[in-house]
Design a binder for this molecule. Structure first.
Ligand SMILES: Nc1ncnc2c1ncn2[C@@H]1O[C@H](COP(=O)(O)OP(=O)(O)O)[C@@H](O)[C@H]1O
Ligand SMILES: [Mg+2]
Length: 370
């Protein structure tokens, strides 16, 4: 990926230290301050955000973020999804006050970003965190803690606690140049927790990680959830998102194409009704078609696939009763978040009049000028 600026020395380098510790041990030794569900007050507010960039080669303006609006409640884990170039990082940077919107309003904890009081209560894990490689994990956490003005004793305690929390206790004194990408990502997460933030912004925290590091980071995110923190998580690791997020939005070419609760999105709009003894006569088939349903016959069993809204479901059940058939099961069909993501991005492509396939959805990225 053109944008991946991860240092070459962070990969599968010789002499790399690989941590075998997971997060779970460390987590269980830490007293969680009680699970808290999403509360009413908004942690993040975005209203009609627009950010444009000029491509330095073609001189054309690109709407990196094109009129998006959303709200994240306190305590929510919000998944901000989209293919490369969709505008995820741009939105996060606007929320952090690192770039200025062309129009629209963004607020974090009710305040404009960039406000120093708010900065002290939030944290950011960038796409490719970079650390001074000659320092150890403990030194780096200590260093950042000093920037937050923590006194030396408290600093060192906090560093030990965080290094332990992210499963790096045995590697805490080794220089970061010997760390794998997954371990550096753990350091990034430890760093993001120094100031005990209320709102965290993680930009693609699991991209490019091996399966174990990946699972560990995901577990740590689940842990943050139990602490009642708000997390704005940009990712295209959809299985993680499905597991950890309360709500998601799917961004494509700077626009939100879909937004909702993960559990509602994956249920989808269909229901499967298994029936015995329904004769699939042309009249029955026509009635089903009129209800937007279809049937599949297998022996004496009939599977009716219909819409999941209450009215359609009741009408289908009435029909089954009317024909004196036996109702065996009613099952809402589940889709994966990946199905929904691909479907949403494809719809976006069709609307944009693009003949490209999903795999090439990052055309916008090719235009990128840094
Ligand atoms: N500094 C910049 N200058 C010019 N174009 C940019 C800049 N940053 C981002 N873009 C463009 O804005 C769009 C969105 O980028 P980005 O927010 O990084 O997407 P994502 O994080 O979803 O991959 C892309 O088309 C990208 O090329
Ligand atoms: Mg990005």
């Amino acid at each position: 990926m053109a944008r991946d600026k991860s240092s070459p020395s962070t990969g599968a380098q010789t002499g790399e230290v690989e941590s075998t510790e997971g997060f779970s041990g460390a987590i269980s030794s830490v007293a969680a301050n009680g699970a808290s569900a999403a509360s009413g007050e908004a942690a993040i507010e975005i209203k009609n955000l627009v950010k444009r960039y000029r491509n330095m080669i073609t001189r054309e303006w690109v709407n990196a973020v094109n009129d998006i609006s959303l709200e994240v409640k306190q305590g929510e884990i919000f998944g901000f999804l989209g293919p490369n170039g969709a505008g995820k990082t741009t939105t996060i940077k606007a929320l952090l006050g690192l770039i200025f919107p062309d129009s629209g309003v963004v607020k974090v904890l009710g305040q404009a970003p960039g406000n120093n009081e708010i900065k002290a209560r939030i944290s950011y894990l960038p796409e490719s965190p970079y650390f001074y490689e000659h320092m150890s994990a403990k030194e780096i956490i200590n260093f950042y803690a000093s920037l937050f003005g923590l006194d030396p004793r408290e600093r060192s305690k906090r560093a030990d606690y965080l290094i332990d929390l992210v499963g790096l206790a045995s590697a805490g004194n080794k220089p970061l140049r010997a760390f794998s990408k997954g371990m550096l990502q753990r350091v990034g997460i430890a760093q993001s927790l120094i100031n005990d933030p209320k709102v965290l912004f993680f930009d693609e925290p699991t991209s490019g990680l091996d399966p174990i590091a990946h699972r560990d980071i995901r577990d740590l995110i689940l842990h943050l959830r139990t602490e009642g923190r708000t997390l704005f998580l940009s990712s295209h690791q959809l299985s993680d998102v499905e597991l950890v997020c309360d709500r998601v939005s799917i961004l494509y070419r700077g626009k939100i194409r879909k937004m909702g609760r993960v559990d509602e999105l994956v249920i989808g709009g269909n229901v499967e009704i298994l029936v015995m003894g329904l004769d699939p006569t042309p009249t029955v088939t026509a009635e089903l078609t009129a209800l937007g349903a279809k049937l599949e016959q297998s022996g004496r069993d009939t599977l009716i696939i219909g819409k999941a809204d209450i009215e359609s479901k009741n009408a289908l059940i009435d029909l089954i009763r009317r024909y004196k058939a036996q109702l065996i099961a009613v099952t809402p069909t589940r889709r994966t978040l990946e199905d929904i993501f691909i479907e949403t991005v494809r719809e976006g492509e069709v609307e944009a009049g693009e003949a490209t396939k999903f795999a090439e959805a990052s055309t916008a990225e090719a235009l990128e000028v840094k």
